[in-house]
Design a protein around this ligand. Sequence first.
Ligand code: ADP
Length: 217
Amino acid sequence: MKQFVVIGLGRFGSSVATTLADNNYDVLAIDKDEERVQSISNKVTHAVEADATDEEALKTLGVRNFDVAVVSIGDNVSANILCTLILKELGVPYVIVKAPDTLHGKVLTKVGADRVVYPERDMGARIAHNLISSNVLDYIEFAPEYGVIEIIATDKMIGKTLKELEFRSKFNVNVMAIKRGENLNVSPGAGDKVLEGDRLVVMGKNESLESLKDYDE
Ligand code: ADP
C-alpha cells in the first residue's frame, strides 16, 4: 500500500490528504500553521507542524520513506520550490506539486518535480468548455492539445450506431465509453447504438473535439 506525505494544508492540500485518508491510505500531513494541522489531525494518519523548507525537520519526520509527496504551498512560491528540491534530494520517488502558473511550473520541473498540476487553470478550462457548449458536461485535458469530453448525445446522433456516426474517420476521435443512466459501457463497439439521453465520453485532439461537440449532420 502506497504511503503519502502531503505538505501545505490549504484547500488543495487538505482535500488531497483527506481524500487519500478516506480511501484508507496512510497519510502524513504537514503544515507550519498549528490550526491547519489541528483541524486535519483526526482525519489523517499523522498530522505534524513543521516548516517545509527545513531539511532537517523533513529528514527527522522520515519523509524519504514515503512513496509519494504532494506539495501545495500556494501562498509562498519560494517555499514551494525549496520544499520540492529538498524532497527530491532526500530521495522521495514521486513528487507532485501544485503550481499557480506555467512559469512557476517550469521551475518546479527543473528542480525535480515529477509532476506539476495546475488545478485552477484546469478547472477554469473545464468550466469554460461546459459554458461554451450546452452539450459538453465535462472536459479534462489529457495531454497538451488532447482532451477527453463528456457530451450529451445530440439529436443527430440519436438512433445511429457508432459505425454509422463515423466519428473516427470524420473527426479522428474515439468514443471511450457510453453512459446510459446508471449503466456504463466502457468498450463500446461499432454496432452500439446511441440513444436519447446517452452521454458519450470521447477522446481526441482539442480541435477535433470542438467540431464534434456540436455534431449536427
Ligand atoms: P490553497 O491555495 O490550496 O488553499 P494556500 O496557499 O491557502 O493553499 O495554503 C498553503 C498552506 O501552506 C498554508 O496552510 C500554509 O500554512 C502552508 N505553508 C506555507 N509556507 C509553509 C512552509 N514553509 N512550511 C509548511 N507549510 C507552509
